[in-house]
Write a protein that binds this ligand. Sequence first.
Ligand SMILES: Nc1nc2c(ncn2[C@@H]2O[C@H](COP(=O)(O)OP(=O)(O)OP(=O)(O)O)[C@@H](O)[C@H]2O)c(=O)[nH]1
Ligand SMILES: [Mg+2]
Length: 332
Amino acid sequence: MKFIDEAIITVQSGDGGKGCVSFRRERFIPRGGPDGGDGGNGGDVALISTFRKRTLFDFRFKNHFKASNGQSGHGKKQTGKNGKDLIIEIPAGTAVSDADTGETLVDFDKSDKIFAVVKGGKGGRGNARFKTSKNRSPRFAQPGQSGQTYRLKLELKLIADVGIIGLPNAGKSTLIRAISSARPKTGSYPFTTLTPNLGVVQADRDNPFVVADIPGLIEGAHQGAGLGIRFLRHIERTRILVHLIDASEIDPEAPLKAYETVNRELSMYGSLEDKPRIVVLSKLDLPHSEQKSSLFQGAAKEVKSMGISAITGEGVENLISNLVELLEKSDG
Ligand SMILES: Nc1nc2c(ncn2[C@@H]2O[C@H](COP(=O)(O)OP(=O)(O)OP(=O)(O)O)[C@@H](O)[C@H]2O)c(=O)[nH]1
Ligand SMILES: [Mg+2]
């Protein structure tokens, strides 16, 4: 299924049914009183978050939702049936705002959360309700209230515990393949990953955690270069970040260059700066990676970093236990 993380949908609550004008007809009672029943209420519209849906793809095809109308009232004071409520399933992680005013309505930061968007129109009152001492046979009833329409903007932000960031080609997708059963595409060229991927890491069986791999960042990403920072919102909800750096590509003249480039783009984005971060030097199996890693570590003594090779598996277990430990610390 295609990864779609933005959508605009229109939701409409049901119209109220109209009230009924009717008079009692019974044998031997020539002129019975008014007995027109009320119209039923229109159906409400609500949203519910679920993990069953992973993207907003479906909303490309169906983006208009209407709850059903209330039915008209009947004679003998029978109220019309209420319209059926409409509950729309939205992927957990989606933030919902009013597309016209921009007002945030709800942030589905977990699954099974329900948000009532709009109530159905009220049913009109039947003529039985309008009988007074002055008017014993009212010949009118109320129409039902119309339902209301809202345009909603949906923005999906994935729910993951760990976000992997870095330059294109750093080995992010290869790492997620090494530690989870996710199978994102990898390739020896930049921008292999075009949309985020999630992987579940079964570090210990009772406490799996979810890792997100997002497209690589490059200099100027905050101005839209490369794939831009559009995908950074998918790691906004993560508790920790792994900053992956290709050790084989470290420039001995400027060992911190790649590291600082990504940090600059992250700080331009804001909102991610306070997240605990692990700096990981990757591709340790390649020639000169070890020496280049030492240059990095020498130049950034205050940065705690560790090395791995996602291909040989070196350091990967150690990385997982570090992640588990950090996640435990950042709990709550
Ligand atoms: N030798 C070696 N090669 C690696 C390692 N990790 C990744 N690679 C290779 O590096 C290249 C890029 O890997 P990807 O995992 O696609 O990199 P990425 O960071 O996801 O790249 P983008 O999606 O383009 O941002 C691929 O050819 C991988 O096989 C490693 O630990 N050792
Ligand atoms: Mg990738």
